[in-house]
Design a protein around this ligand. Structure first.
Ligand SMILES: N[C@@H](CCC(=O)N[C@@H](CS)C(=O)NCC(=O)O)C(=O)O
Length: 205
């Protein structure tokens, strides 16, 4: 049974969603971010960066327990181990890797900053405009991709879709209105209605 240390946040929902899709049993350990549980020594042993999510797989390489942090690394690890989220086609696998990094390096940080500055007691218009513009620019990149293929890797639903869905399911946080991005909007709806996604979200609700 895989132990999942997470919370109900854009990065936190990805792991239960992926594990449901892969049909792998798991146990959720809720981390209270408000109480800073992610900075406690026992959690820092799993993720020295002090952020959720993290997992422990008791059956890691060589049969020994292994911990994994960073949602992209966790999902990639799981998708390599269990069939269901890693495209079989070599080119699609490259695309999945691209859009996984795109989320970790772009969507996540920019959406996060856009939401943080917009909700801060001190309003800094330059920062809000800058991050909301970048969040919209990145969403337009997804829109262009999804106008040509049903899923980010291409023809197969993959780890890249789960990664980006974590953020795009609540885009208003970053000042992104999905009516402007109809292909992204349709893709979000298709993912949101998958039974594995509904179960994964329920597990961390
Ligand atoms: N790049 C990391 C980002 C993780 C992250 O920022 N997690 C947030 C929740 S969405 C967190 O733990 N925030 C609490 C904190 O920063 O102390 C990943 O994808 O796992």
């Amino acid at each position: 049974m895989i132990d999942v240390y997470t919370a109900n946040t854009p990065n936190g929902v990805k792991v239960p969603i992926a594990l449901e899709e892969l049909g792998v049993p798991y146990r959720v350990h809720r981390i209270n971010l408000g109480a800073n549980e992610q900075k406690r020594p026992d959690f820092l042993r799993l993720n020295p960066n002090g952020r959720i999510p993290a997992i422990v797989d008791p059956d890691g390489p060589g049969g020994a327990p292994v911990s994994v942090f960073e949602s992209g690394a966790i999902l990639w690890y799981l998708a390599e181990k269990f069939p269901g989220l890693m495209p079989g086609d070599q080119v699609e696998r490259i695309r999945a890797l691209e859009y996984t990094f795109f989320q970790v390096g772009g969507i996540g940080p920019m959406f996060g900053q856009a939401g943080w500055f917009a909700r801060h007691s001190e309003q800094v218009p330059l920062a809000i405009d800058r991050y909301q513009a970048e969040a919209n620019r990145l969403t337009a990149v997804l829109e262009a991709r999804l106008q040509t293929v049903p899923w980010l890797a291409g023809q197969s639903y993959s780890v890249a879709d789960v990664m980006n869905f974590g953020w795009l399911r609540a885009p208003e946080y970053a000042g992104v209105r999905l009516e402007r991005y109809p292909s992204v909007q349709g893709w979000v709806k298709r993912i949101a209605t998958r039974s594995a996604v509904l179960r994964g979200l329920q597990a961390i609700a």
